[in-house]
Design a protein around this ligand. Structure first.
Ligand code: SIN
Length: 478
Protein backbone atom coordinates (compact mmCIF):
# COMPACT_ATOMS: atom_id res chain seq x y z
CA UNK A 1 0.00 0.00 0.00
CA UNK A 2 2.89 2.36 0.81
CA UNK A 3 3.83 2.97 -2.82
CA UNK A 4 0.30 4.27 -3.41
CA UNK A 5 0.34 6.80 -0.58
CA UNK A 6 1.15 10.29 -1.85
CA UNK A 7 1.32 13.65 -0.09
CA UNK A 8 1.52 15.86 -3.17
CA UNK A 9 -0.99 16.89 -5.80
CA UNK A 10 -0.63 15.41 -9.27
CA UNK A 11 -0.47 18.26 -11.76
CA UNK A 12 0.86 18.16 -15.32
CA UNK A 13 2.28 14.70 -14.72
CA UNK A 14 4.34 15.93 -11.73
CA UNK A 15 3.94 15.45 -7.98
CA UNK A 16 3.70 19.01 -6.69
CA UNK A 17 4.14 19.98 -3.06
CA UNK A 18 2.96 23.30 -1.66
CA UNK A 19 3.72 25.69 1.14
CA UNK A 20 1.34 24.26 3.70
CA UNK A 21 0.52 20.83 4.96
CA UNK A 22 -2.75 19.66 6.43
CA UNK A 23 -3.76 16.48 8.25
CA UNK A 24 -5.79 13.60 6.93
CA UNK A 25 -7.41 11.75 9.84
CA UNK A 26 -8.99 8.34 10.01
CA UNK A 27 -12.58 8.30 11.30
CA UNK A 28 -11.68 5.01 13.02
CA UNK A 29 -10.09 6.93 15.91
CA UNK A 30 -9.96 10.52 14.60
CA UNK A 31 -6.14 10.35 14.61
CA UNK A 32 -3.88 11.64 11.85
CA UNK A 33 -2.91 9.17 9.10
CA UNK A 34 -0.58 11.51 7.25
CA UNK A 35 -0.16 15.14 6.25
CA UNK A 36 -0.65 16.25 2.64
CA UNK A 37 0.39 19.42 0.85
CA UNK A 38 -2.21 22.03 0.04
CA UNK A 39 -1.76 22.91 -3.65
CA UNK A 40 -3.97 25.98 -3.23
CA UNK A 41 -5.16 28.37 -5.92
CA UNK A 42 -1.89 28.30 -7.85
CA UNK A 43 -2.03 24.51 -8.01
CA UNK A 44 -5.55 24.67 -9.41
CA UNK A 45 -4.54 27.24 -12.03
CA UNK A 46 -1.48 25.17 -13.01
CA UNK A 47 -3.63 22.07 -13.33
CA UNK A 48 -6.13 23.82 -15.61
CA UNK A 49 -3.31 25.21 -17.76
CA UNK A 50 -1.76 21.74 -17.98
CA UNK A 51 -5.09 20.17 -18.88
CA UNK A 52 -5.58 22.78 -21.57
CA UNK A 53 -2.10 22.26 -23.01
CA UNK A 54 -2.61 18.47 -23.13
CA UNK A 55 -6.12 18.60 -24.57
CA UNK A 56 -5.40 18.86 -28.26
CA UNK A 57 -3.25 15.74 -28.61
CA UNK A 58 -5.55 13.67 -26.35
CA UNK A 59 -8.70 14.68 -28.21
CA UNK A 60 -7.05 13.85 -31.54
CA UNK A 61 -6.30 10.29 -30.49
CA UNK A 62 -8.75 7.71 -31.73
CA UNK A 63 -11.24 6.31 -29.25
CA UNK A 64 -9.43 2.99 -29.59
CA UNK A 65 -6.10 4.58 -28.62
CA UNK A 66 -7.68 6.24 -25.60
CA UNK A 67 -9.40 2.96 -24.67
CA UNK A 68 -6.06 1.13 -24.67
CA UNK A 69 -4.66 3.59 -22.12
CA UNK A 70 -7.84 3.58 -20.02
CA UNK A 71 -7.76 -0.20 -19.91
CA UNK A 72 -4.12 -0.16 -18.80
CA UNK A 73 -5.22 2.09 -15.92
CA UNK A 74 -8.16 -0.24 -15.21
CA UNK A 75 -5.83 -3.26 -15.03
CA UNK A 76 -3.58 -1.49 -12.52
CA UNK A 77 -6.55 -0.50 -10.37
CA UNK A 78 -7.75 -4.11 -10.33
CA UNK A 79 -4.26 -5.39 -9.56
CA UNK A 80 -4.03 -3.02 -6.59
CA UNK A 81 -7.66 -3.26 -5.50
CA UNK A 82 -6.89 -4.69 -2.05
CA UNK A 83 -4.46 -1.87 -1.25
CA UNK A 84 -6.76 0.78 -2.70
CA UNK A 85 -9.60 -0.58 -0.58
CA UNK A 86 -7.55 -0.50 2.63
CA UNK A 87 -6.51 3.08 1.93
CA UNK A 88 -10.13 4.00 1.28
CA UNK A 89 -11.29 2.42 4.53
CA UNK A 90 -8.48 4.11 6.41
CA UNK A 91 -9.36 7.61 5.28
CA UNK A 92 -13.13 7.25 4.89
CA UNK A 93 -14.16 4.65 7.47
CA UNK A 94 -16.44 2.31 5.50
CA UNK A 95 -16.06 -1.45 6.10
CA UNK A 96 -13.36 -3.10 4.01
CA UNK A 97 -15.88 -5.22 2.09
CA UNK A 98 -17.70 -2.05 1.03
CA UNK A 99 -14.41 -0.37 0.14
CA UNK A 100 -13.50 -3.35 -2.06
CA UNK A 101 -16.90 -3.00 -3.68
CA UNK A 102 -16.26 0.69 -4.26
CA UNK A 103 -12.92 0.04 -5.98
CA UNK A 104 -14.58 -2.47 -8.31
CA UNK A 105 -17.40 0.01 -8.89
CA UNK A 106 -14.83 2.73 -9.70
CA UNK A 107 -12.98 0.40 -12.09
CA UNK A 108 -16.23 -0.58 -13.81
CA UNK A 109 -16.64 2.98 -15.09
CA UNK A 110 -13.25 2.78 -16.81
CA UNK A 111 -14.18 -0.52 -18.38
CA UNK A 112 -17.57 0.78 -19.53
CA UNK A 113 -16.50 4.16 -20.88
CA UNK A 114 -13.34 2.83 -22.59
CA UNK A 115 -15.77 0.88 -24.78
CA UNK A 116 -18.55 3.48 -24.98
CA UNK A 117 -16.02 6.03 -26.28
CA UNK A 118 -15.84 3.92 -29.45
CA UNK A 119 -19.56 4.41 -30.03
CA UNK A 120 -19.76 8.20 -30.18
CA UNK A 121 -21.74 8.24 -33.39
CA UNK A 122 -22.95 11.22 -35.37
CA UNK A 123 -25.86 11.57 -37.77
CA UNK A 124 -26.64 12.34 -41.38
CA UNK A 125 -29.83 14.38 -41.67
CA UNK A 126 -31.93 14.25 -44.83
CA UNK A 127 -31.40 17.60 -46.56
CA UNK A 128 -34.14 20.13 -47.27
CA UNK A 129 -32.32 21.67 -50.26
CA UNK A 130 -31.06 19.23 -52.88
CA UNK A 131 -27.51 20.61 -53.23
CA UNK A 132 -26.84 20.49 -49.48
CA UNK A 133 -25.79 17.65 -47.17
CA UNK A 134 -26.38 17.91 -43.41
CA UNK A 135 -24.25 16.10 -40.84
CA UNK A 136 -23.82 15.99 -37.08
CA UNK A 137 -20.62 15.04 -35.29
CA UNK A 138 -19.89 14.90 -31.57
CA UNK A 139 -16.67 16.36 -30.22
CA UNK A 140 -15.04 16.47 -26.76
CA UNK A 141 -16.25 19.50 -24.87
CA UNK A 142 -12.71 20.47 -23.69
CA UNK A 143 -11.13 20.82 -20.26
CA UNK A 144 -13.36 19.38 -17.52
CA UNK A 145 -13.09 20.41 -13.88
CA UNK A 146 -14.67 18.44 -11.06
CA UNK A 147 -15.23 18.63 -7.32
CA UNK A 148 -15.93 15.29 -5.67
CA UNK A 149 -17.11 14.24 -2.21
CA UNK A 150 -15.67 12.18 0.66
CA UNK A 151 -18.38 9.51 0.78
CA UNK A 152 -17.14 7.63 -2.31
CA UNK A 153 -13.57 8.93 -2.68
CA UNK A 154 -12.72 6.65 -5.64
CA UNK A 155 -15.97 5.91 -7.43
CA UNK A 156 -17.21 9.48 -7.66
CA UNK A 157 -13.96 10.49 -9.36
CA UNK A 158 -13.86 7.59 -11.79
CA UNK A 159 -17.53 7.96 -12.73
CA UNK A 160 -16.66 11.43 -14.05
CA UNK A 161 -13.03 10.99 -15.16
CA UNK A 162 -13.60 7.80 -17.14
CA UNK A 163 -16.39 9.43 -19.16
CA UNK A 164 -14.43 12.65 -19.66
CA UNK A 165 -11.23 10.93 -20.78
CA UNK A 166 -13.04 8.45 -23.03
CA UNK A 167 -14.82 11.36 -24.73
CA UNK A 168 -11.44 13.02 -25.41
CA UNK A 169 -11.50 15.64 -22.63
CA UNK A 170 -8.77 16.41 -20.11
CA UNK A 171 -9.65 16.47 -16.43
CA UNK A 172 -8.87 18.34 -13.22
CA UNK A 173 -10.39 17.15 -9.95
CA UNK A 174 -10.36 18.54 -6.46
CA UNK A 175 -11.23 15.66 -4.13
CA UNK A 176 -12.66 16.40 -0.72
CA UNK A 177 -9.72 17.22 1.60
CA UNK A 178 -11.00 14.70 4.15
CA UNK A 179 -10.27 11.88 1.68
CA UNK A 180 -7.53 12.90 -0.77
CA UNK A 181 -5.46 9.71 -0.51
CA UNK A 182 -7.69 7.56 -2.72
CA UNK A 183 -7.64 10.24 -5.44
CA UNK A 184 -3.84 10.50 -5.27
CA UNK A 185 -3.51 6.72 -5.41
CA UNK A 186 -5.63 6.69 -8.57
CA UNK A 187 -3.32 9.36 -10.00
CA UNK A 188 -0.25 7.27 -9.16
CA UNK A 189 -1.77 4.40 -11.15
CA UNK A 190 -2.76 6.72 -14.01
CA UNK A 191 0.87 7.80 -14.22
CA UNK A 192 2.02 4.18 -14.22
CA UNK A 193 -0.53 3.31 -16.91
CA UNK A 194 0.90 5.98 -19.20
CA UNK A 195 -2.05 8.38 -19.20
CA UNK A 196 -0.30 11.40 -20.76
CA UNK A 197 0.70 14.26 -18.49
CA UNK A 198 -1.95 16.94 -18.02
CA UNK A 199 -4.85 14.63 -18.87
CA UNK A 200 -5.71 13.58 -15.31
CA UNK A 201 -4.84 16.11 -12.60
CA UNK A 202 -5.59 15.92 -8.87
CA UNK A 203 -5.49 19.18 -6.90
CA UNK A 204 -5.57 18.62 -3.16
CA UNK A 205 -6.56 21.64 -1.12
CA UNK A 206 -8.45 22.67 1.95
CA UNK A 207 -9.17 26.07 0.38
CA UNK A 208 -12.63 25.08 -0.78
CA UNK A 209 -13.91 28.48 -1.77
CA UNK A 210 -10.82 29.82 -3.53
CA UNK A 211 -10.03 26.61 -5.41
CA UNK A 212 -13.71 26.13 -6.18
CA UNK A 213 -13.74 29.56 -7.73
CA UNK A 214 -10.84 28.67 -10.06
CA UNK A 215 -12.53 25.43 -11.07
CA UNK A 216 -15.81 27.17 -11.88
CA UNK A 217 -14.59 30.38 -13.49
CA UNK A 218 -11.27 29.73 -15.27
CA UNK A 219 -11.82 30.64 -18.95
CA UNK A 220 -9.97 27.54 -20.19
CA UNK A 221 -12.47 25.21 -18.51
CA UNK A 222 -15.37 24.16 -20.73
CA UNK A 223 -17.31 21.99 -18.34
CA UNK A 224 -17.73 21.67 -14.59
CA UNK A 225 -19.13 18.62 -12.80
CA UNK A 226 -19.93 18.35 -9.11
CA UNK A 227 -21.12 15.71 -6.68
CA UNK A 228 -22.11 17.10 -3.30
CA UNK A 229 -24.78 19.00 -1.46
CA UNK A 230 -27.54 20.98 -3.15
CA UNK A 231 -26.54 24.06 -1.14
CA UNK A 232 -22.95 24.08 -2.42
CA UNK A 233 -24.04 22.97 -5.90
CA UNK A 234 -26.18 26.09 -6.26
CA UNK A 235 -23.22 28.35 -5.41
CA UNK A 236 -20.88 26.55 -7.83
CA UNK A 237 -23.49 26.55 -10.57
CA UNK A 238 -23.98 30.29 -10.28
CA UNK A 239 -20.20 30.80 -10.49
CA UNK A 240 -20.17 28.71 -13.69
CA UNK A 241 -22.83 30.93 -15.21
CA UNK A 242 -20.38 33.83 -15.57
CA UNK A 243 -18.56 32.04 -18.42
CA UNK A 244 -21.54 29.85 -19.44
CA UNK A 245 -19.83 26.53 -18.74
CA UNK A 246 -21.50 23.25 -19.46
CA UNK A 247 -22.50 21.96 -16.01
CA UNK A 248 -23.65 18.69 -14.51
CA UNK A 249 -24.71 18.30 -10.90
CA UNK A 250 -25.22 15.24 -8.71
CA UNK A 251 -26.72 16.84 -5.61
CA UNK A 252 -28.54 15.82 -2.48
CA UNK A 253 -31.14 13.10 -2.19
CA UNK A 254 -33.87 12.19 0.27
CA UNK A 255 -34.95 8.73 -0.78
CA UNK A 256 -38.35 7.42 0.29
CA UNK A 257 -38.58 3.67 0.89
CA UNK A 258 -42.19 2.50 0.70
CA UNK A 259 -43.44 -0.85 1.98
CA UNK A 260 -46.93 -1.54 0.64
CA UNK A 261 -49.34 -3.91 2.34
CA UNK A 262 -48.76 -6.53 -0.40
CA UNK A 263 -44.95 -6.43 -0.11
CA UNK A 264 -42.67 -9.36 0.63
CA UNK A 265 -41.78 -8.05 4.09
CA UNK A 266 -38.57 -10.10 4.54
CA UNK A 267 -37.32 -8.84 1.17
CA UNK A 268 -38.23 -5.27 2.09
CA UNK A 269 -36.35 -5.51 5.39
CA UNK A 270 -33.27 -6.82 3.60
CA UNK A 271 -33.45 -4.05 0.99
CA UNK A 272 -33.96 -1.32 3.57
CA UNK A 273 -31.00 -2.48 5.68
CA UNK A 274 -28.77 -2.63 2.63
CA UNK A 275 -29.82 0.78 1.39
CA UNK A 276 -30.01 2.61 4.71
CA UNK A 277 -26.80 1.39 6.33
CA UNK A 278 -24.53 1.22 3.27
CA UNK A 279 -21.62 3.52 4.04
CA UNK A 280 -23.20 4.23 7.46
CA UNK A 281 -26.04 6.02 5.71
CA UNK A 282 -23.72 8.52 4.07
CA UNK A 283 -24.90 8.03 0.51
CA UNK A 284 -26.99 10.35 -1.66
CA UNK A 285 -29.19 7.41 -2.68
CA UNK A 286 -29.52 5.99 0.85
CA UNK A 287 -33.01 5.30 2.12
CA UNK A 288 -33.91 8.38 4.11
CA UNK A 289 -37.60 7.95 5.03
CA UNK A 290 -39.21 4.55 5.52
CA UNK A 291 -42.97 4.56 4.86
CA UNK A 292 -44.72 1.39 5.99
CA UNK A 293 -48.39 0.54 5.43
CA UNK A 294 -50.02 0.50 8.87
CA UNK A 295 -51.38 -3.03 8.33
CA UNK A 296 -47.83 -4.45 8.10
CA UNK A 297 -46.14 -1.96 10.43
CA UNK A 298 -45.79 -4.30 13.42
CA UNK A 299 -44.26 -7.12 11.38
CA UNK A 300 -41.90 -4.86 9.42
CA UNK A 301 -40.73 -2.96 12.50
CA UNK A 302 -40.04 -6.10 14.51
CA UNK A 303 -37.96 -7.69 11.72
CA UNK A 304 -36.23 -4.41 10.88
CA UNK A 305 -35.23 -3.58 14.46
CA UNK A 306 -33.89 -7.14 14.89
CA UNK A 307 -31.81 -6.77 11.73
CA UNK A 308 -30.48 -3.38 12.83
CA UNK A 309 -29.55 -4.75 16.23
CA UNK A 310 -27.55 -7.46 14.46
CA UNK A 311 -25.40 -4.96 12.55
CA UNK A 312 -21.85 -4.92 13.85
CA UNK A 313 -20.59 -1.37 14.35
CA UNK A 314 -16.80 -1.05 14.41
CA UNK A 315 -13.53 -0.12 12.77
CA UNK A 316 -13.93 -0.72 9.04
CA UNK A 317 -10.61 -2.59 8.92
CA UNK A 318 -11.84 -5.21 11.41
CA UNK A 319 -13.30 -8.41 10.08
CA UNK A 320 -17.08 -8.78 10.59
CA UNK A 321 -17.68 -5.03 10.84
CA UNK A 322 -20.66 -4.19 8.69
CA UNK A 323 -21.14 -0.58 9.67
CA UNK A 324 -18.22 1.77 10.18
CA UNK A 325 -17.83 5.19 11.80
CA UNK A 326 -19.30 8.34 10.27
CA UNK A 327 -16.83 10.71 8.67
CA UNK A 328 -16.14 13.00 11.66
CA UNK A 329 -17.11 13.76 15.27
CA UNK A 330 -19.19 16.68 13.92
CA UNK A 331 -21.18 14.26 11.76
CA UNK A 332 -21.82 12.04 14.81
CA UNK A 333 -22.93 15.05 16.86
CA UNK A 334 -25.32 16.00 14.06
CA UNK A 335 -26.86 12.51 14.28
CA UNK A 336 -27.34 12.98 18.01
CA UNK A 337 -29.12 16.30 17.40
CA UNK A 338 -31.43 14.66 14.84
CA UNK A 339 -32.36 11.91 17.31
CA UNK A 340 -32.84 14.29 20.23
CA UNK A 341 -34.99 16.70 18.21
CA UNK A 342 -37.16 13.87 16.89
CA UNK A 343 -37.62 12.35 20.34
CA UNK A 344 -38.53 15.82 21.64
CA UNK A 345 -41.30 15.88 19.03
CA UNK A 346 -42.66 12.44 19.97
CA UNK A 347 -40.54 9.87 18.11
CA UNK A 348 -39.45 6.72 19.96
CA UNK A 349 -36.00 5.14 19.79
CA UNK A 350 -36.44 1.46 18.83
CA UNK A 351 -32.71 0.78 18.27
CA UNK A 352 -29.46 2.64 18.88
CA UNK A 353 -29.93 6.36 19.39
CA UNK A 354 -26.54 7.59 20.58
CA UNK A 355 -22.82 7.96 19.96
CA UNK A 356 -21.25 4.61 20.81
CA UNK A 357 -18.60 3.95 23.44
CA UNK A 358 -16.35 2.82 20.55
CA UNK A 359 -15.39 6.42 19.85
CA UNK A 360 -16.54 9.88 18.87
CA UNK A 361 -17.21 9.01 15.18
CA UNK A 362 -19.26 5.89 15.90
CA UNK A 363 -22.99 6.44 15.88
CA UNK A 364 -25.15 3.45 16.70
CA UNK A 365 -27.37 2.21 13.86
CA UNK A 366 -30.65 3.76 14.93
CA UNK A 367 -34.36 3.23 14.32
CA UNK A 368 -36.97 5.83 15.21
CA UNK A 369 -40.64 4.84 15.28
CA UNK A 370 -43.78 6.94 15.73
CA UNK A 371 -42.29 9.43 13.31
CA UNK A 372 -44.70 11.88 11.72
CA UNK A 373 -44.27 13.78 8.46
CA UNK A 374 -44.02 17.06 10.39
CA UNK A 375 -40.74 16.06 12.06
CA UNK A 376 -37.55 17.37 10.43
CA UNK A 377 -36.19 13.79 10.35
CA UNK A 378 -38.97 12.95 7.87
CA UNK A 379 -38.12 15.77 5.47
CA UNK A 380 -34.39 16.50 5.75
CA UNK A 381 -31.54 14.49 4.25
CA UNK A 382 -30.08 12.60 7.24
CA UNK A 383 -26.80 11.36 5.71
CA UNK A 384 -26.16 9.01 8.60
CA UNK A 385 -27.31 5.73 10.16
CA UNK A 386 -30.80 6.75 11.33
CA UNK A 387 -34.01 5.14 10.04
CA UNK A 388 -37.23 7.05 10.64
CA UNK A 389 -40.33 4.83 10.21
CA UNK A 390 -43.58 6.52 9.22
CA UNK A 391 -46.98 4.81 8.88
CA UNK A 392 -49.45 5.32 6.01
CA UNK A 393 -52.85 3.97 4.94
CA UNK A 394 -53.29 4.93 1.33
CA UNK A 395 -51.29 4.73 -1.93
CA UNK A 396 -52.06 8.29 -3.08
CA UNK A 397 -51.21 9.66 0.36
CA UNK A 398 -47.80 7.95 0.45
CA UNK A 399 -46.92 9.01 -3.09
CA UNK A 400 -47.75 12.61 -2.17
CA UNK A 401 -45.56 12.36 0.96
CA UNK A 402 -42.72 10.72 -0.97
CA UNK A 403 -42.82 13.50 -3.59
CA UNK A 404 -43.18 16.32 -1.07
CA UNK A 405 -39.45 17.13 -0.95
CA UNK A 406 -37.51 19.54 -3.19
CA UNK A 407 -35.01 16.89 -4.28
CA UNK A 408 -35.60 13.84 -6.48
CA UNK A 409 -32.66 11.45 -6.71
CA UNK A 410 -33.65 7.87 -5.77
CA UNK A 411 -36.82 6.21 -4.46
CA UNK A 412 -37.61 2.61 -3.55
CA UNK A 413 -40.80 0.65 -3.07
CA UNK A 414 -41.81 -2.91 -2.36
CA UNK A 415 -44.98 -4.54 -3.68
CA UNK A 416 -45.98 -7.82 -5.27
CA UNK A 417 -48.63 -6.17 -7.45
CA UNK A 418 -47.61 -5.71 -11.09
CA UNK A 419 -50.12 -2.93 -11.73
CA UNK A 420 -48.92 -1.06 -8.66
CA UNK A 421 -45.33 -1.40 -9.91
CA UNK A 422 -46.13 0.68 -13.01
CA UNK A 423 -48.60 3.03 -11.32
CA UNK A 424 -46.28 4.00 -8.48
CA UNK A 425 -43.00 4.01 -10.44
CA UNK A 426 -44.46 6.44 -12.96
CA UNK A 427 -45.73 8.80 -10.29
CA UNK A 428 -42.61 8.98 -8.12
CA UNK A 429 -40.80 12.25 -8.91
CA UNK A 430 -37.27 10.82 -8.78
CA UNK A 431 -34.52 10.17 -11.33
CA UNK A 432 -34.04 6.54 -10.19
CA UNK A 433 -36.58 4.09 -8.81
CA UNK A 434 -35.77 0.73 -7.25
CA UNK A 435 -38.70 -1.71 -7.24
CA UNK A 436 -38.25 -4.65 -4.87
CA UNK A 437 -34.55 -3.76 -5.09
CA UNK A 438 -32.18 -1.24 -3.56
CA UNK A 439 -28.85 -2.21 -5.20
CA UNK A 440 -29.51 0.02 -8.22
CA UNK A 441 -26.12 1.65 -8.85
CA UNK A 442 -23.89 0.31 -11.60
CA UNK A 443 -21.84 1.60 -14.52
CA UNK A 444 -24.32 0.59 -17.22
CA UNK A 445 -27.29 2.47 -15.73
CA UNK A 446 -27.93 6.24 -15.75
CA UNK A 447 -27.29 7.68 -12.29
CA UNK A 448 -28.83 11.10 -11.64
CA UNK A 449 -31.69 13.08 -10.28
CA UNK A 450 -34.39 15.59 -11.07
CA UNK A 451 -35.61 18.71 -9.24
CA UNK A 452 -32.95 20.03 -6.85
CA UNK A 453 -31.01 16.76 -7.02
CA UNK A 454 -29.41 18.17 -10.14
CA UNK A 455 -29.09 17.27 -13.79
CA UNK A 456 -26.90 15.23 -16.09
CA UNK A 457 -26.45 11.47 -15.95
CA UNK A 458 -23.37 9.47 -14.95
CA UNK A 459 -22.65 5.96 -16.19
CA UNK A 460 -24.63 4.28 -18.98
CA UNK A 461 -24.80 5.22 -22.65
CA UNK A 462 -26.07 8.66 -21.57
CA UNK A 463 -23.01 9.36 -19.43
CA UNK A 464 -20.85 10.53 -22.32
CA UNK A 465 -23.31 13.22 -23.42
CA UNK A 466 -22.18 15.63 -20.71
CA UNK A 467 -18.63 15.54 -22.07
CA UNK A 468 -19.49 16.03 -25.75
CA UNK A 469 -20.60 18.95 -27.88
CA UNK A 470 -22.79 18.52 -30.92
CA UNK A 471 -21.54 20.08 -34.12
CA UNK A 472 -23.83 20.47 -37.12
CA UNK A 473 -22.14 20.77 -40.51
CA UNK A 474 -23.92 21.91 -43.63
CA UNK A 475 -22.12 21.16 -46.89
CA UNK A 476 -23.43 23.22 -49.79
CA UNK A 477 -23.01 23.50 -53.54
CA UNK A 478 -22.51 19.80 -54.17
C1 SIN B 1 -23.63 8.91 -4.04
O1 SIN B 1 -23.81 8.85 -2.84
O2 SIN B 1 -23.75 9.99 -4.64
C2 SIN B 1 -23.22 7.73 -4.87
C3 SIN B 1 -23.89 6.48 -4.51
C4 SIN B 1 -23.85 5.45 -5.60
O3 SIN B 1 -23.21 5.62 -6.64
O4 SIN B 1 -24.51 4.43 -5.42
Amino acid sequence: MDNLIRQCSYIAGQWMSGEQLFSVNTPANNQQIIQVYDAGVQGAIDAVEAAHAALSSWSKKTAQQRATLLKAWLELILTHQKDLARLLTLEQGKPLSEAEGEIQYAASFLEWFAEEGKRVYGDVIPQTIDNQRLMVIKQPVGVVSAITPWNFPSAMIMRKAAAALAAGCSFVVRPDPQTPLSALALAALAEQAGIPEGIFNVVVSEQAQAVGEVLTTHPKIAKFTFTGSTRVGKILMSQCSQSVKKVSMELGGNAPFIVFEDADIELAVKGAIQSKYRNAGQTCVCTNRIYVHNSVMAKFTELYVNAVNNLKLGDGLRENTNIGPVISPQAANRMQDIVDTSVGLGAKVAAGGKVSALGECYFEPTVLTDVTTEMPVASEEIFGPISPIIGFDDEDEVIASANSVEVGLAAYFYTESISRVWRVAEQLAFGMVGINETAISNAVAPFGGIKQSGFGREGSKYGLDDYLSIKYMCLGNI
